[in-house]
Design a protein around this ligand. Structure first.
Ligand code: AP5
Ligand code: MG
Length: 192
């Protein structure tokens, strides 16, 4: 079973790439953002709790997110592994994932860091606001807050993997055409 993590700032293209990669390699696509948005849409107790946090551009609690992922790992069948998109986003989440995988005799096989200048992400999110209507894309202040959360809490996750999973860590230039980013990610996965 493969466990591949896509990590990068909001708007770096994690979701776009995850859809194509998970199809090509038959991986279960685990997007914590999509799962949470689905809960919001269905107005579940979790969704009602998460909505105000997401609309502010802040991170939902580690406890909630780790519980969601555990549920998916425990119940997944029929795939070649998992592709994590938007998780782990804190060092506590990364450590919890290590533990969950160890219990199942698995490990993180690759961490793919989506790198590009900040300006590119902001423009993509503003464009997406018009297309998809995501509430957290509509307000530049919320976009900025998401970036602050990223630099404070998620960038240390990138550093954590770079330090402790050096051989599994790969940086991809996310500032290219979707197809070229996809090809670069495939090269990494084909070598696993
Ligand atoms: P989440 O849904 O994970 O959002 P995010 O990290 O802010 O990332 P995005 O989904 O905005 O961007 P992306 O990298 O997927 O880019 P995309 O492919 O869409 O999280 C949302 C919220 O949920 C969080 O703020 C938090 O509250 C909560 N949450 C989620 N996970 C959590 C966790 N683990 N812990 C705590 N809280 C959590 O691309 C962006 C746009 O650019 C699209 O329009 C796309 O078409 C376009 N595009 C993509 N690639 C290219 C390219 N190469 N060239 C040109 N355009 C491109
Ligand atoms: Mg996404």
């Amino acid at each position: 079973m493969l466990n591949i993590i896509l990590i990068g700032p909001p708007g770096s293209g994690k979701g776009t790439q995850a859809k194509q990669i998970s199809t090509k390699y038959n991986l279960k696509h685990l997007s914590t953002g999509d799962i949470l948005r689905n809960e919001v849409k269905n107005q579940t107790p979790l969704g009602l709790q998460a909505k105000s946090i997401m609309d502010k551009g802040e991170l939902v609690s580690d406890e909630i997110v780790i519980g969601m992922i555990k549920n998916f790992i425990d119940n997944a069948t029929g795939a070649n592994g998992f592709l994590y998109d938007g998780f782990p986003r804190t060092v506590a989440q990364a450590e919890a994932l290590n533990k969950m995988l160890q219990q199942k005799d698995m490990l993180v096989n690759a961490i793919i860091f989506m790198d590009a200048p900040e300006k590119v992400f902001i423009e993509r999110m503003q464009k997406r606001a018009e297309i998809e209507g995501r509430t957290d894309d509509a307000d530049i202040n919320v976009i900025r807050k998401r970036l602050v959360e990223y630099y404070e809490k998620t960038f240390p996750v990138k550093e954590y993997y770079e330090k402790y999973f050096t051989n599994a860590f790969h940086t991809i230039n996310a500032n290219q055409e979707v197809e070229n980013v996809f090809n670069d990610i495939c090269k990494v996965i084909n070598n696993l």
